[in-house]
Design a protein around this ligand. Structure first.
Ligand code: GTP
Ligand code: MG
Length: 197
C-alpha cells in the first residue's frame, strides 16, 4: 500500500472527543521519546506532520491523522515520563487507558520499544495489560539505525524470548528506523492486510 494523502484532523485531551467516524484507527503507543511521532512522519513521508522532539514528553494529546481518507493513524502521548509530575502522569495514563479500552475503532495498537534496550519492565507490564484486556497489538522496535544490524537482531531475539515466557503465541513485530525508513513497507502492508480483512 502507498499513502497518497495524510492530513492532521484533531488533537484532543479527551478520548470522547475523538472523530465521530467509524473508520479504522491504528495507534502508536510506548514510552516517551521512543519515536512514535517520528514513525508517523516516516510512514506518511511528511517530516513535519506529527510534532517530534529530542526532549521526552512532547506529545500530550491524542492526535488523529486521516490517511488516504480511509483510515487514521493515531499518535498518543508516551507513558512513563516521571519528570512530568504526578498529576500529568495520571492524566496521561487515564487518557491512554480510555483510548485503548473504549475506542471501538482502534483496530491495532502498535507498541513501540527502543531496539537498543533490554526489555523494560514498564513495557512488559503494559503488554501484559493489553493481553488481559484482549487488545489487538503488534510490537515495533524503533531506532534500529542507532546500532549494528547484528546488535538489533540480538536484542529483538532476546525480547521475543522474554515475551515467550508470558505468551503462547508471539505478537506480530516490526523492526524500524524512522531515520532510514526501515520497516516502512512492512508496516503499511500489515495495515493494508487488516483493512482488507
Ligand atoms: P513523546 O511524544 O515525547 O512521547 O515522544 P515520541 O515517542 O513521539 O518520540 P519522537 O518521535 O518525538 O522522537 C524522539 C526523539 O528520537 C527525536 O529526537 C527523534 O528525532 C528521535 N528518533 C525517533 N525515531 C528515530 C529513529 O528511527 N532513528 C533515530 N536515529 N532517531 C529517532
Ligand atoms: Mg510524540
Amino acid at each position: 500500500m502507498e499513502i497518497t494523502s495524510a492530513e492532521f484532523i484533531i488533537s484532543n485531551s479527551r478520548a470522547d472527543m475523538c472523530p465521530k467516524t467509524d473508520l479504522p484507527e491504528y495507534a502508536f503507543i510506548g514510552r516517551s521519546n521512543v519515536g512514535k511521532s517520528s514513525l508517523i512522519n516516516m510512514l506518511t513521508n511528511q517530516p513535519k506532520l506529527a510534532m517530534t522532539s529530542a526532549t521526552p514528553g512532547k506529545t500530550l494529546l491524542i492526535n488523529h491523522f486521516l490517511i488516504n481518507k480511509e483510515w487514521y493513524l493515531v499518535d498518543l502521548p508516551g507513558y512513563g515520563y516521571a519528570q512530568r509530575g504526578k498529576k500529568m502522569m495520571e492524566k496521561i495514563q487515564k487518557l491512554i487507558e480510555y483510548y485503548v479500552l473504549e475506542r471501538e475503532q482502534m483496530t491495532c495498537l502498535f507498541v513501540l520499544v527502543d531496539s537498543r534496550l533490554e526489555p523494560q519492565k514498564i513495557d512488559l507490564e503494559f503488554i501484559e495489560w493489553l493481553g488481559e484486556n484482549g487488545i489487538p497489538f503488534a510490537i515495533v522496535f524503533t531506532k534500529a539505525d542507532k546500532q549494528s544490524v547484528g546488535k538489533t537482531k540480538a536484542n529483538v531475539t532476546r525480547y521475543l524470548e522474554t515475551l515467550r515466557q508470558q505468551w503462547e503465541e508471539l505478537p506480530p513485530y516490526f523492526v524500524t528506523s524512522s531515520e532510514k525508513k526501515t520497516g516502512r513497507q512492512e508496516l503499511l502492508d500489515y495495515i493494508e492486510e487488516i483493512n482488507r480483512s
